[in-house]
Design a protein around this ligand. Structure first.
Ligand code: RFL
Ligand code: PHB
Length: 395
């Protein structure tokens, strides 16, 4: 027996994109149902992004969703590019007048879930077998199975595919209606969360002959660190001791710096890819966030792009569903993709400038160093990096 329900927008996925979209739509009086494959505990614990751009923070503030971020987030005025055994600081604030905020993605997800539940609106966690139907019509449907095995059908006016890279939304689009651009980078990141105070107040992006390393943090007590590893690497050979040794080597610098070690709370390996699906729409299905595009994490852009997409999607859906006006919906994909391709390029620029490619030769090595010296030595070049890093304006 299938229960039939009705809403205006079915949102697939309770990540940053889906949750923020639910809030933006609610602020405009549009009804939505959020379907999430995982449990609440799982999505609130998943360790991922750490950097919120300036426009992302402003957007969250404007919606009253930044109280804890403002209390507990760590504002950063600069970052360090570490190479040739020295730190080269990019003064983000001096160059752009803006800062970024280090705040764990799972903390933001917790805040967005709590704020939605506080309004009495729900989220359907552990929704299994989610399937999208009739997307080319004005009355699409979504079916799923709830945690007790009950079957549901949701009738709606539009579907927002916010279900990440491995979700069902993008594969629901006929292959002749979408173009997929893919770029596999020849490395992966081994990420570690450690219970130890950060070794520096600022993020350190380190270029080293043995490969890239990143020092980041989550709080005054928790450090987040990454190592470049080969793309097919597994955790098997990576004892905690080996991880700390490798981090210490790659982060070595002439001058006062000691890497603070501590218990490893979590570790994992993620591949690095660039990916863009074009257009980000099929009929009444609109893709947003990682469902439509992936960037390598070196530019710290993925979560921010996801939120920038739904910032555009919400008014497009409001105009379409409330006034029957299709202009914004028709322009949605193109408007998003401009920002997406900028972020793809910035992420490519940061990645290729800092990682050691498997086919590196002395010529490419010198080009990389020259680029690093230029972005850290020229105010004009540093400003370009800083402007992209803190986040280009949303409009
Ligand atoms: P998410 O967060 O993947 O959420 C998608 C949600 O959809 C659910 N789902 C489904 N639900 C229902 N039915 C299905 N069939 C479903 N399939 C999936 C999933 O369970 C999930 O809850 O996508 P969203 O909202 O688009 O957000 C994107 C961001 O999560 C992602 O871009 C960032 O994490 C990327 N990223 C970073 N971004 C930044 O802006 N700054 C950073 O510093 C940063 N660092 C990172 C990162 C990603 C990393 N990894 C692990 C890939 C560092 C790393 C290591
Ligand atoms: C993080 O803190 O997880 C982080 C910071 C900067 C990046 C990527 C990830 O570029």
């Amino acid at each position: 027996m299938t229960g039939v329900e009705r809403t205006q927008v079915a949102i697939i996925g309770a990540g940053p994109a889906g949750l923020l979209l639910a809030h933006l739509l609610a602020a405009d009086g549009i009804d939505a149902v959020v379907l999430e494959a995982r449990s609440r505990a799982y999505v609130e614990q998943r360790v991922r992004a750490g950097v919120c751009e300036h426009p992302t923070v402003e957007l969250l503030r404007s919606l009253g969703l930044a109280d804890r971020l403002d209390r507990e987030g760590l504002p950063h005025e600069g970052l360090s590019l570490r190479f040739d055994r020295a730190d080269h600081r990019i003064d983000l604030h001096a160059l752009t007048g803006k800062t970024i905020t280090v705040y764990g993605q799972q903390e933001l997800v917790k805040d967005l879930i709590a704020a939605r539940l506080a309004t009495g609106a729900g989220i359907e966690f552990e929704a299994a077998d989610v399937a999208l139907h009739d997307l080319a019509t004005d009355s699409p449907r979504v079916t799923w199975t709830d945690v007790d095995g009950g079957r549901h059908e949701l009738r709606c006016d539009a579907v927002a595919g916010c279900d990440g890279f491995h979700g069902v939304s993008r594969p629901s689009i006929p292959s002749d209606a979408i173009t997929l651009h893919n770029h596999d980078y020849p490395f992966a990141w081994l990420g570690v969360l450690a219970k130890t105070p950060p070794s520096s107040h600022e993020l350190i992006y380190a270029r080293h002959a043995r490969g890239f390393a990143l020092h980041s943090m989550r709080s005054p007590e928790v450090t987040r660190l990454y190592l470049q590893v080969p793309p097919d690497e597994t955790l098997d050979g990576w004892s905690d001791a080996r991880i700390w040794d490798e981090l210490a080597t790659r982060l070595e610098v002439d001058g006062p710096f000691t890497l603070r070690e501590g218990p490893v709370l979590e570790k994992g390996i993620s591949p690095m890819r660039g990916f863009v699906a074009e257009p980000m729409r099929y009929g009444r299905l609109f893709l947003a966030g990682d469902a439509a595009h992936i960037v390598p994490p070196t530019g710290a852009k993925g979560m921010n792009l996801a939120m920038a997409d739904v910032y555009r999607l919400a008014p497009a859906l409001v105009a379409l569903l409330r006034q029957g006006r299709a202009e914004l919906a028709d322009g949605y994909s193109e408007r998003c993709l401009r920002r997406v391709w900028r972020a793809e390029h910035f992420s490519y620029f940061m990645t290729t400038m800092l990682h050691r490619a498997p086919d590196v030769d002395p010529f490419l090595d010198q080009l990389q160093l020259s680029q690093l010296r230029y972005v850290t030595g020229s105010t004009a070049a540093a400003t370009g990096l800083a402007e992209n890093y803190v986040g280009l304006p949303l409009d």
